[in-house]
Design a protein around this ligand. Structure first.
Ligand SMILES: NC(=O)c1ccc[n+]([C@@H]2O[C@H](COP(=O)([O-])OP(=O)(O)OC[C@H]3O[C@@H](n4cnc5c(N)ncnc54)[C@H](O)[C@@H]3O)[C@@H](O)[C@H]2O)c1
Ligand SMILES: N[C@H](CO)Cc1c[nH]c[nH+]1
Ligand SMILES: [Zn+2]
Length: 426
């Protein structure tokens, strides 16, 4: 891990390599895949699944029999954990539910907001380096709470053409409506533009690697997207009393997602920083040995920043706007108002990041690469639309129609003026 003494003038985007837009080679590959799917539909999906996932598919849609077979193969103990996590996620997201409202600012006038779910939504569930049944729950439950009627899940198949059984079991428990065995940019293109087998959706949500995140950006406009939820990040702010074993373990928990994942440790104590680095490498060598992490050079694995005090730590964190922010400091709740940009905030030594990944209830699909400056966690609000409601009776309109006509004429829009005046002629 590279250790840096923080200085407020340093160019963080450059250090974190965030100032580079998506690499040209990745964007070009994604654009070619999208074009292929638009032109050749299912044939392109089969082609790219063979080329990129090394799998020759016989059919794209997961059948009811495949779902049942997968469900039956998952242990009862894991099914129970998935059900309990699903319950926690549902309870949290039900708090976000908004309903239609109206009010009467004056007698004869009703105004309000009509809430409706988006009709058909695509859920991306990653499946390249790891498998993510937890993401099935995080993507689908808020959509179901919002009332979405048609939930279409996509996830890459294994080389044997099968989807991981726990993913299918989680989809059955949650109540996903359709599942397709496709991943990467080709899955995003299929959801956006449709193919012979897959009907297009109105919105695509869910996390994924750089190919998935780039494809979502490219199809935005044809469909809506939730956010840029790319390679995982964790930033830990620790005071001198923090436990280095916990900090190292939590940094590694996010590093193992992807070579592009970003673990960052920020502390006031150089001594603690040394201990954390030593424990990170000891854990890599002794316990984990995960190839993605192990193949990185020592310098290439995340960052450690030394700051002069906690205020400077929060300033640095707000500039980075991490996906996950962990506060390994005394009385973390007292510092909440110092946090301005973060996807999710984990308070204290017994709130490790994986608690949020799997179980507590808040969503783990979160904005990355600095987009927490303007994006929020995936939530029920991502799956609804709002229509304004206006209702005036005759008297109420009579009281204001001349003002409206005058306003319309000031814009040179005579037909608008006439539309209100016609109602009071004679
Ligand atoms: N931000 C969040 O909320 C969040 C949540 C969970 C996971 N994640 C991230 O999701 C990602 C999951 O990544 P993953 O790779 O395991 O699964 P993935 O499903 O996102 O990506 C696998 C797909 O990538 C495509 N691909 C791989 N190499 C390619 C290439 N050279 N050219 C074109 N396409 C290629 C293939 O189509 C493959 O099916 C990780 O980065 C993880 O950190 C983020
Ligand atoms: N940490 C990931 C979000 O960046 C979510 C996840 C799912 N499973 C394990 N982790
Ligand atoms: Zn994780």
């Amino acid at each position: 891990m590279k250790t840096i003494i923080y200085d407020q003038t340093m160019d963080l985007d450059k250090i974190l390599k965030r100032n580079e837009d998506v690499r040209d080679d990745i964007r070009n590959a994604v654009l070619e895949i999208i074009k292929g799917v638009k032109t050749d539909g299912d044939a392109a999906l089969l082609y790219y699944t063979k080329a990129l996932d090394h799998c020759e598919l016989t059919h794209l849609q997961v059948t009811e029999e495949e779902i049942q077979e997968a469900f039956d193969s998952v242990s009862e103990s894991l099914l129970e954990i998935i059900r309990e996590a699903a319950g926690n996620i549902r309870s949290f997201h039900e708090k976000q539910l908004e309903t239609t409202w109206t009010y009467e600012p004056k007698p004869g006038v009703v105004l309000g907001q009509h809430i409706t779910p988006i009709e058909r939504v695509g859920l991306y569930v990653p499946g390249g380096k790891a498998t993510y049944p937890s993401t099935v729950l995080m993507d689908s439950i808020p959509a179901l709470v919002a009332g979405v009627q048609s939930l279409v899940m996509v996830t890459p198949p294994g080389k044997d053409g099968k989807v991981n059984p726990a993913i299918l079991a989680a989809a059955k428990i949650a109540g996903v409506h359709e599942i397709y065995k496709i991943g990467g940019a080709q899955a995003i293109a299929a959801l956006a533009y449709g193919t012979e087998t897959i009907k297009p959706v109105n919105k695509i949500v869910g996390p994924g690697n750089i190919y998935v995140a780039t494809a979502k950006k490219e199809v935005f406009g044809k469909v809506d997207i939730d956010m840029i939820a790319g390679p995982s990040e964790v930033l830990i702010i620790a005071d001198k009393n923090a436990n280095p074993v916990y900090a190292a373990a939590d940094l590694l928990s996010q590093a193992e997602h992807d070579e592009m994942a970003m673990p960052i440790f920020v502390t006031t104590s150089e001594d603690l920083a040394k201990q954390v680095i030593e424990k990170v490498y000891r854990q890599i060598n002794e316990d984990l040995g995960r190839k993605e992490i192990a193949k990185k050079s020592m310098d290439d694995f995340g960052f450690v920043f030394i700051v002069k005090d906690l205020d400077e730590a929060f300033e640095l964190s707000n500039k980075i706007a991490p996906e996950h922010l962990e506060l390994l400091i005394e009385n973390p709740m007292d510092s909440l108002e110092k946090v301005r940009n973060a996807g999710a905030i984990f308070m204290g030594a017994y709130t490790p990041e994986p608690l949020g990944d799997y179980f507590a209830g808040p969503n783990h699909t979160l904005p990355t690469s600095g987009t927490a400056k303007f994006s929020s966690p995936l939530g029920v609000y991502d799956f609804i639309k709002k229509s304004s409601i206006l209702s005036y009776d005759q008297n109420s309109l009579k009281n204001v129609y001349e003002k409206i006509a005058a306003f319309a004429r000031s814009e040179g829009l005579d037909a608008h003026a006439k539309a209100v005046e016609r109602r009071f002629e004679n």
